[in-house]
Design a protein around this ligand. Structure first.
Ligand code: ADP
Length: 640
C-alpha cells in the first residue's frame, strides 16, 4: 500500500470526532487522511503502509485507555502519535509512553495542526538521520569488502604467479591502498652484509629504490628484524628512516619464513598526519605473510629448477641411452644417445606412444610385454650390427626407465676369447690323450715301485681333471654356437633317474640323504637328452659337493601351466649374496668355496646355456650357510 509521506492516519472510532478532524481540520490544511475505525484496521495500516504520523483516540479497542498507544508503538517504535485523550489524568503517563502530544477535547484546530506538524517534522528528522547513518555504514562495509577483495586477489596471485617481482609489487600496492598510506616498501635482509635492501616499492623513485641500503643496527626496520614484532609509529613528530627520508606515521611488520625474519613490509606517510589504526597492522601483517610465502615459493621453485636442469644435463651428457616412458607407454623423455641410436633427429617424441616413436621390433616387445620381475635385462641388435645391453627398471609414480649400453665391443671380445679357448682346448686334447695312453702303458714295460705307482696315479688324476675341463670348454663352445645336438621328445623323469644313478655312490659315501619327487606322468618335453642330463648332473653334483656330510638334497619336478619346473635344493654352504649375480658366469666360483673342493666354475655356465637353448630359464635362491635352491623352468611344447 503506497501512501504519501503526508498521509495522516486517523485511528478514531467516534464517527463525529473523525469527521471533524478529517473534514474540518486536516483536509482543509492540505493533508491526506486515511481513517481506521477499528484498532485492528489501524494496526494493519501501520504494519503495511508508510504511515508516519497518526492521530489516535484513547480508549479505542480492548484494554485500558492507553492500550492502543502501546500496541501501535510496538509495531512501529518510531511512529509519531498524537493522542486525543479523554481522561486528562493520563496526560503524563501518555507522554512517558512516547506519544508526541496529547490533545484534550474540546479540540482546537490550531493545536491539532501544530501537533500533527511536529509529528511530521520529527519523522523527517528521523528519516534523514537514518539515511546518513546507513550511508556511513554502507561506506564502511564497502571499505571492508574492498580490503577483503584486495587480500583475496593477492592470495590468488601468490598461488598462481611465478613472477616474484610482480607478486611483491602487488603486495606493496595492496598494503598502501588498504591503509591509505602515501608510500610503501618491502625490505629484504641481505644475509651477507646484514643490510636491508628494497625489493619492491610504491611511490619511491627508482633510483632511490636501487641504491637503498639500511643497516639493521640502529634502525626501526632493524628492530623489527631483531624482535620479529610489528611497529606502529604515530608520535606526531617526524622519524628518520634514513637521511632525507623522514616520515610522520609508519607501520613496519616482519616477514617470517621458516621461523626466521627475512624482511620487513612497511607503509608510511611523509606529508599527512593521519594516524594508522591498530587494525592496519593486522592487514599489513596478512600481506607480509603472503610476501613471505611468495618468496619461499620462488626459492623452492628456483631450487627445484636448478636440480631439474642438473638432472637434464646429466641425462643429456651420459654415454648410455636413456628412455623414460609413463605407465601408458608414452615417451616422457629420451636422451641424446637414444636419438642418435634410433635416428630420431630432433623430432618431438615426448608424450607420443612408444609404438609411434620406435620401429625396433624387439625393443617395442620388451617395453610392451609385462615382466614379472624388475630390473629386467636383455640384448637387442641394431640394423648396423651393434648390440645393446638393455635394462628395464620400474620407477614408482613415473613409469618405466630403459637404459641401454653399447656392448658390441665386449661381445666381439667374448667371441674372440671363446674362439681362442675353443682352439686351444681342441689342440690340447690330443697331447693329453697320448700322455694318458703312455702313462697307462708304463707298468707294462717294466717293474714299477710303490712310490712310482703313486706318482703315476697322481698324473692320471690330473690329466683326467684337465680333460674334464677341456671337455666342458668344448661343450660350452658348441652349446653357445647353437649348432649343438639334436632335439627330440624326451621324458624328464628318465633324465633325472639316470643322473640320480650316477651320483648314488657319492650319496652313500657322504652319508647324505637324497629325496627325489618326480611324477612318472610328467609330460615329455622337446629337448636334447645328452645336454639335459648334463644339466641335472651338474646341479646334483654341485649339491653333493657343496653340502657337508649328512646333508639333505631334494629334487622335485612338477608341471605348471605349459611348463615343467625342476627344483634342486640342499642345506649346504649356500652362496653369499654378493656372488649371486655372477654365479652363472664362466669360471666364477663363490668366495665361500672351501679350498679343497676342486672345480672349474664352468658347470653352471653350461647349465644356463643349455637351459636357454631350450627356451627355458634358470635361477638360484640361496642364503649363505643355510642352503641353495636352483630352479629350472622348461616350456612343454610340440616339436619346433
Ligand atoms: P664349480 O666347478 O666351481 O662347481 P659351477 O659353475 O658348477 O662350478 O658352480 C659355480 C660356483 O657356484 C661354485 O664354485 C660354487 O661356489 C657355487 N655353487 C654351485 N652350486 C652350489 C650349491 N649347490 N651350493 C653352494 N654353492 C654352489
Amino acid at each position: 500500500m503506497r501512501l504519501s509521506d503526508k498521509t495522516i492516519l486517523l485511528a478514531v472510532s467516534d464517527a463525529q470526532l473523525g469527521k471533524l478532524l478529517e473534514k474540518g481540520v486536516l483536509q482543509p490544511a492540505g493533508y491526506q487522511v486515511t481513517r481506521a475505525k477499528e484498532p485492528s484496521v489501524a494496526k494493519t495500516y501501520i504494519r503495511s503502509a508508510t504511515i508516519n504520523t497518526v492521530i489516535v483516540e484513547s480508549g479505542m479497542g480492548k484494554g485500558d485507555e492507553l492500550q492502543i498507544v502501546r500496541d501501535l508503538l510496538q509495531i512501529s517504535p518510531a511512529l509519531s502519535i498524537v493522542l486525543v485523550l479523554k481522561n486528562k489524568n493520563l496526560y503524563h503517563k501518555a507522554l512517558r509512553l512516547g506519544v508526541i502530544d496529547c490533545l484534550v477535547p474540546p479540540l482546537k484546530s490550531d493545536n491539532v495542526l501544530d501537533a500533527v506538524q511536529r509529528g511530521i517534522d520529527r519523522q523527517e528528522r528521523l528519516v534523514s538521520w537514518a539515511k546518513k547513518r546507513s550511508r556511513s555504514d554502507t561506506d564502511m562495509l564497502r571499505q571492508r569488502v574492498n580490503v577483503l577483495e584486495t587480500l583475496s586477489k593477492v592470495g590468488r596471485l601468490v598461488t598462481a604467479s611465478l613472477d616474484l617481482d610482480e607478486v611483491l609489487k602487488t603486495i606493496v600496492d595492496a598494503a598502501v591502498e588498504i591503509t591509505n598510506a602515501e608510500e610503501g616498501s618491502l625490505l629484504i635482509l641481505d644475509e651477507e652484509s646484514g643490510d636491508l635492501y628494497m625489493r619492491a616499492a610504491r611511490n619511491f623513485q627508482d633510483e632511490f629504490v636501487q641504491t637503498f641500503r639500511l643497516p639493521t643496527t640502529d634502525s626501526l626496520a632493524g628492530e623489527v628484524i631483531r624482535t620479529g614484532k610489528p611497529i606502529l609509529f604515530d608520535k606526531g613528530s617526524v622519524q628518520k628512516i634514513k637521511t632525507s627520508y623522514l616520515v610522520k606515521t609508519l607501520i613496519y611488520v616482519p616477514l617470517q619464513s621458516r621461523g626466521r625474519v627475512i624482511g620487513v613490509l612497511g607503509v608510511d606517510n611523509r606529508e599527512s598526519d593521519l594516524p594508522f589504526q591498530k587494525q592496519h597492522i593486522t592487514l599489513v601483517s596478512a600481506l607480509a605473510d603472503y610476501a613471505a610465502i611468495a618468496i619461499e615459493n620462488a626459492r623452492l621453485f628456483a631450487h627445484t629448477e636448478i636440480e631439474r636442469q642438473k638432472l637434464a644435463e646429466i641425462l643429456l651428457r651420459i654415454e648410455d641411452g636413456v628412455i623414460v616412458v609413463d605407465s601408458n607407454k608414452r615417451v616422457i623423455m629420451v636422451n641424446r644417445i637414444v636419438r642418435s641410436l634410433f635416428d630420431l633427429g630432433s623430432r618431438v617424441v615426448e608424450l607420443q606412444s612408444v609404438d609411434d616413436v620406435f620401429e625396433h621390433k624387439k625393443l617395442l616387445k620388451l617395453i610392451n610385454d609385462d615382466h614379472e620381475t624388475f630390473p629386467y635385462r636383455d640384448e637387442i641388435e641394431l640394423d648396423d650390427d651393434r648390440i645393446l645391453d638393455v635394462q628395464f627398471n620400474i620407477i614408482p609414480d613415473v613409469g618405466l626407465a630403459i637404459t641401454m649400453h653399447d656392448v658390441t665391443y665386449f661381445k666381439e671380445l667374448d667371441r674372440v676369447k671363446s674362439d681362442f679357448v675353443h682352439t686351444v682346448s681342441h689342440d690340447l686334447r690330443s697331447p693329453l690323450t697320448s700322455i694318458l695312453g703312455y702313462v697307462e702303458l708304463l707298468d707294462r714295460v717294466g717293474p714299477i715301485n710303490e712310490r712310482q705307482q703313486k706318482f703315476i696315479q697322481r698324473v692320471q688324476r690330473s690329466v683326467h681333471l684337465i680333460t674334464e675341463l677341456i671337455n666342458d670348454l668344448l661343450d660350452l663352445g658348441r652349446i653357445e654356437s647353437g649348432l649343438d645336438g639334436r632335439k627330440e621328445l624326451i621324458s624328464l623323469a628318465s633324465v633325472v633317474e639316470y643322473s640320480v644313478e650316477t651320483v648314488k655312490g657319492r650319496i652313500i659315501e657322504g652319508n647324505k640323504k637324497l629325496v627325489v619327487d618326480v611324477p612318472q606322468d610328467l609330460p615329455k618335453i622337446y629337448g636334447d637328452v645328452v645336454r639335459l642330463r648334463q644339466v641335472v648332473d651338474n646341479l646334483l653334483v654341485n649339491s653333493m659337493r657343496y653340502t657337508p656330510r649328512g646333508g639333505k638334497i631334494r629334487l622335485v619336478a612338477q608341471k605348471e601351466n605349459k611348463q615343467v619346473i625342476l627344483r634342486i635344493s640342499d642345506n649346504g654352504c649356500g652362496i653369499p649374496a654378493t656372488d649371486l649375480p655372477h654365479i652363472f658366469d664362466k669360471f666364477y666360483r663363490a668366495s665361500n668355496v672351501a679350498e679343497n673342493i676342486v672345480g672349474s666354475g664352468l658347470g653352471l655356465a653350461i647349465v644356463k646355456s643349455v637351459v636357454e637353448n631350450h627356451q627355458g630359464r634358470v635361477w638360484v635362491d640361496s642364503v649363505e650357510g643355510e642352503g641353495s635352491m636352483f630352479t629350472i623352468v622348461l616350456p612343454i611344447k610340440e616339436q619346433d
